[in-house]
Ligand binder design. Structure first.
Ligand code: LMR
Length: 400
């Protein structure tokens, strides 16, 4: 039976990391997967995480199952972090939520929830978007379409076409937005544009779904929630999929959360039961360790301060690296104006490199970049930045 099954295509991002691991060339550089590296090229375990883990070991909590949606105290800190502790959506108790295995787990539970409960809804995704968005909603059986997002000419947000597209979406559909640090473009709406988008989404009767994987990587922990909070009006509905892979450096612990904001607490209780059904049929209940770390850090004043400082350090290293990268490209004589790289936010730079140029970089120079031309700026270090700029100068070629 199994002999006729063909191999699946390689994953656009994690498949590249697998190929990178197998690459025997010692000079290889991985700028594909969105994982933060410090200036020495290491992905650090945050100090706040190290201390929290020590405390967890000492507390020797039991290993029995967690409830289906995870620990209630984790749900509470996650909601407060995303919306603000005193925000009406939190204090009114109208959020149904679950601790999920990573942001990807949250998206998949959201997909299953939509398929079961809003079966005629289509999900609209930005063009471009994170390649796994397509995989996740296809696997859940939710039909997907795309809307204009990126304006190549200005290297900015195509706000006009985006608002026009929203006006054409059928009421009752779902629109997927990136809460901050849009992946792959690094282009976010301004606070004013977020208000316009939220208003258009509300007027059209769409359900917003925010993928919120990079809180703290653009401007600050609270500042980066401006988009999400633009949607948090009295009686509003929305889905938020959070991840703590990046801002806690907890990638392999798979820590995320699904929050469904409902019009009132009674609706939230019904929605909670539907989320629980979706999870029970999927992974039953979540893994405990990563969420226990996040809970411990966010509830301890000193640890929380350490965490905020560590997030700020990662953010400023990425922003400094953006400037150094532009300088290096200019110094190596790459034709064109690359100053847009300093305006992009979060880990990624949508470089404008073509698929063919990306292939040459990998094959000839052992530099791994996602096929869309997305570069993980957090993978550039003082030791590799010049070599990357030099290789880009060769593949791009002299100005015409
Ligand atoms: C990325 O976009 O590189 C990250 O979100 C990691 C992943 O799972 O793709």
């Amino acid at each position: 039976m199994l002999e006729t099954i063909p191999a699946a295509p390689r994953d656009a991002i994690l498949g590249l990391t697998a190929a990178f691991r197998e690459d025997p060339r010692s000079e290889k550089i991985n700028l594909s997967v969105g994982v933060y590296q410090d200036e020495t090229g290491k992905t650090p375990t945050l100090e706040c995480v190290r201390i929290a883990e020590q405390r967890l070991v000492e507390s020797a909590a039991g290993k029995s199952y967690l409830p289906i949606p995870g620990a209630p105290e984790y749900a509470e800190v996650v909601q407060e972090l995303a919306f603000g502790a005193t925000h009406e959506v939190v204090t009114s108790g109208r959020i149904a939520s679950a601790h999920t295995p990573g942001g990807t787990g949250a998206l998949r539970v959201a997909g299953d929830f939509l398929k079961s409960n809003l079966p005629s809804a289509t999900i609209w995704m930005s063009e471009p978007t994170w390649p796994n968005h397509g995989n996740i909603f296809a696997a859940a059986g939710v039909p997907a379409k795309s809307y204009a997002y990126f304006d190549q000419e200005s290297n900015g947000l195509a706000i006009g076409p985006m608002l026009e597209a929203i006006k054409q979406m059928p009421a009752g559909d779902v629109i997927l937005l990136h809460g901050c640090c849009h992946n792959p473009t690094g282009i976010d709406p301004t606070p004013e544009q977020w208000k316009q988008i939220a208003e258009a989404v509300r007027d059209r009767g769409l359900l917003p779904l925010l993928d919120f994987a990079y809180q703290g990587f653009a401007e600050g922990i609270d500042e980066d929630a401006v988009g999400l909070r633009a949607f948090s009006q009295p009686g509003s509905e929305m889905i938020v999929c959070s991840s703590f892979s990046k801002n806690f450096g907890l990638y392999r612990e798979r820590v995320g959360s699904l929050s469904i904001v409902c019009p009132n607490a009674d609706v939230a209780s019904a929605i909670q039961s539907q989320i629980n059904s979706a999870i029970r049929a999927n992974y039953s209940n979540p893994p405990a360790h990563g969420a226990a770390i996040v809970n411990c850090v966010l509830r301890d004043e000193a640890l929380r301060k350490t965490w905020e400082k560590e997030v700020a350090t990662m953010r400023s290293r990425i922003n400094d690296t953006r400037k150094q990268f532009v300088d290096a490209l200019t110094a190596k004589g790459v034709p064109g104006d690359y100053s847009f790289i300093t305006r992009q936010r979060g880990m990624f730079s949508f470089s404008g490199l073509t698929k063919e140029q990306v292939e040459v970089l990998r094959e000839k120079y052992a530099i791994y970049i996602v096929g869309s031309g997305r570069i993980n700026v957090a993978g550039l270090t003082p030791a590799n930045i010049d070599r990357v700029a030099e290789a880009i100068a060769v593949v791009v070629g002299p100005a015409a």
